[in-house]
Design a protein around this ligand. Structure first.
Ligand code: NAD
Ligand code: WQD
Length: 341
């Protein structure tokens, strides 16, 4: 019998790509999403790519009774918990929304897993837990820094909730994946990122500027202590990231976890600057991205990239998609969204 995975937040950017990779790996998938930051059509994209029947339940994970109905209706042994609010700036303005949504949804999922006998969970964490590290690249042993936003704090709190819960109940296994900066889209251009309003993240802003929707990209700072002065991040292709979830589920399902709670860096191991990314995008697509240098963005860190040795060895996973392909896929998705050739 095929194993089934419940994917919360499965209509979102990373959730849709992960659903595709789970199905390719032979899992069945049930998607739960409240559509607060996504559209039902995204799940149709997954259906089109995979040709699979994918049950979709429009349920809010904060509503435990409704979520219990999903646990009763379907039989699954693993959950990938993506459902969360993720805008750093908004979390500063509306901290309670973030604490309620991100923390309550995880607590509900964990309580239901215990009540219904579901064993395995993958949690979406973030490199934001490292803040600005003193030593680069960051390993999983690099200390976490006090969070600089309510959003970042929810990731730290949720990691701790998962750690403590897994420690207390021996039958429960959890893996937190600390994503670096996910970018790009599925090669089919049928699913991708759907930013609402003006994008805060770099790559959607680049693609919208290339499409003529935004007149000019602002590069936030060229006076950092980096090779070209612009900030450095570890940009991870969303399909590579999605595959990391599959191997995390495989690990727990296959009884390969070394302890009840584990956490891994999910990045490429290579830092790239903002200017480098813009120039690579222009080279790959042949489309100019009008840009100007402006001041630093408040709260930004200067540079971070992952040491992926532990994830590579323990998970047998490695990011493989070349940055050129990733940026081309982001552009193909933007053109698909805008009906451009
Ligand atoms: P996304 O907004 O595209 O996907 C999240 C999905 O969860 C959305 O479809 C949204 O409608 C849904 N959702 C939110 N609250 C919900 C709730 N209470 N009940 C049910 N559904 C709910 O975001 P994403 O980029 O795919 O991120 C997925 C996860 O990865 C999030 O936990 C996010 O914090 C984390 N993460 C994202 C990034 C990134 O840069 N994209 C980086 C690190 C970590
Ligand atoms: C990348 C770089 C910007 C837009 C955020 C969250 C983090 C994580 C991922 C979830 C930075 C620069 C950006 C623009 C620019 N999410 N930039 N012009 O800041 O690394 O991380 O998203 O956990 O928590 O903080 O990603 O894509 O916003 O920025 O110059 O218009 O691009 O200053 O150096 P960031 P980003």
């Amino acid at each position: 019998m095929k194993e089934c995975v419940l994917v919360t937040g499965g209509a979102g950017y990373i959730g849709t790509h992960t659903a595709v990779e789970l199905i390719a790996a032979g899992y069945d998938v049930v998607v739960v999403d409240n559509l607060s930051n996504s559209e039902r059509a995204a799940v149709d994209g997954v259906r089109e790519i995979t040709g699979a029947e994918i049950p979709f339940e429009q349920v809010d994970c904060d509503d435990k009774a409704a979520l219990a109905g999903v646990f009763d209706k379907y039989k699954f042994n693993s959950v990938i918990h993506f459902a969360a609010s993720k805008a750093v700036g908004e979390s500063v303005e509306k901290p309670l929304l973030y604490y309620r949504n991100n923390i309550l949804s995880l607590v509900n999922v964990l309580e239901l897993m215990r009540e219904k006998g579901v064993r395995n969970i993958v949690f979406s964490s973030s490199c934001t837990v490292y803040g600005q590290p003193e030593v680069l690249p960051v390993t999983e042993q690099t200390p976490r820094q006090p969070a600089t936003s309510p959003y970042g704090n929810t990731k730290q709190i949720c990691e701790d909730i998962l750690r403590d819960t897994a420690a207390a109940y021996g039958e429960l296994y959890g893996i937190a994946l600390r994503y670096f900066n996910p970018i790009g889209a599925h090669p089919s251009a049928l699913i991708g990122e759907l930013p609402k309003g003006v994008p805060g993240n770099l790559v959607p802003f680049i693609t919208q500027t290339a499409a003529g929707i935004r007149p000019c990209l602002s590069i936030f700072g060229d006076d950092y202590d980096t090779p070209d002065g612009s900030a450095v991040r570890d940009y991870i292709d969303v399909v590579d990231l999605a595959r990391a979830h599959v191997v995390a589920v495989d690990r727990m399902v296959g009884g390969k976890s070394r302890s009840n709670y584990e956490f891994f860096n999910v990045g490429t191991g290579r830092g790239r600057s903002v200017i480098e990314l813009v120039e690579t995008f222009e080279k790959v697509t042949g489309v100019e991205v009008p840009h100007k240098i402006v001041g630093r963005r408040a709260g930004d860190i200067e540079k971070i990239w992952a040491d992926t040795t532990f994830a590579n060895r323990e998970l047998g996973w490695k990011a493989t998609r070349p940055i050129e392909e990733t940026l081309a896929s982001a552009w193909a998705w933007e053109k698909h969204l805008r009906g451009m050739k």
